[in-house]
Write a protein that binds this ligand. Sequence first.
Ligand SMILES: CC(C)=CCNc1ncnc2c1ncn2[C@@H]1O[C@H](COP(=O)(O)O)[C@@H](O)[C@H]1O
Length: 276
Amino acid sequence: MTTVSHRAPQEPPPEGGKETSGGRREHRKGPVLLRGGQVPRETTDQRLLESAGDADWVHSDPWRVLRIQAEFVEGFGALAEVGRAVSVFGSARTKADDPYYAKAEAVARGLVGEGYAVITGGGPGIMEAANKGASEAGGVSIGLGIELPFEQGMNPYVELGVNFRYFFARKTMFVKYSQGFVVLPGGFGTFDELFESLTLVQTRKVTQFPIVLVGREYWSGLLDWLRTTVADHGTISTHDLDLLHVVDDPEEAVRIVVTADAELATASPEAQSSAT
Ligand SMILES: CC(C)=CCNc1ncnc2c1ncn2[C@@H]1O[C@H](COP(=O)(O)O)[C@@H](O)[C@H]1O
């Protein structure tokens, strides 16, 4: 493994790497290709064997990789035996008297009634509502929490909780361990989760993955924009929007997930393949 040192422009040209047929120096580091001023002047082994000099690099990023790895291992370990599950997303700010709070509870109850565990981000608002609905219905209520600068802690209805430091490790868990996503009104965090799942379906990294938006009024502006501006520019195909189901009724949301999941169970193994 090598690390990249960034030099000031006045420093001498790099000595490391290999000369290509075009007479340029280049250095490969896994998926990373370094050329020109980015080629490291010395190899990692050289640095490792050096007794003197700056050794800070040994202590920071390589260890971070192990922490990231540990998050995946812990997450996989905690969730491997959960069985069929659906992730429910939505705003962290929704109050308990908001009608969407009750809808999220109802979605979770319905999912439990169909034998699914419910996975959320473990936080307040819609996440809390879904965990509440799941735990009160006697189902498996899971929270994949995220460490944030303003500590919130897991909502009290989470019964199996895993706390992540990295959003990307956590997002893998939502997709890997759920059979579908139900998305209630939310902000940037919710959009991130929604568009990540849409991208995975669009690029066939996951297949037959139902994504249900609850709240026609809330989502219609976004959908209109996708149908007109975005599709008109050709940056998505109109059929990409078929990936999304929009409903108002929690029971309908549950029905869509159950139907898509049943179709997947009878589909070919190739159709079931997943990159996660
Ligand atoms: C009040 C507040 C901001 C609390 C933050 N506490 C949180 N705890 C856990 N997951 C979160 C939190 N904030 C955002 N997320 C993630 O982002 C989504 C909600 O973000 P937003 O509120 O729509 O943008 C959730 O589905 C969740 O996965």
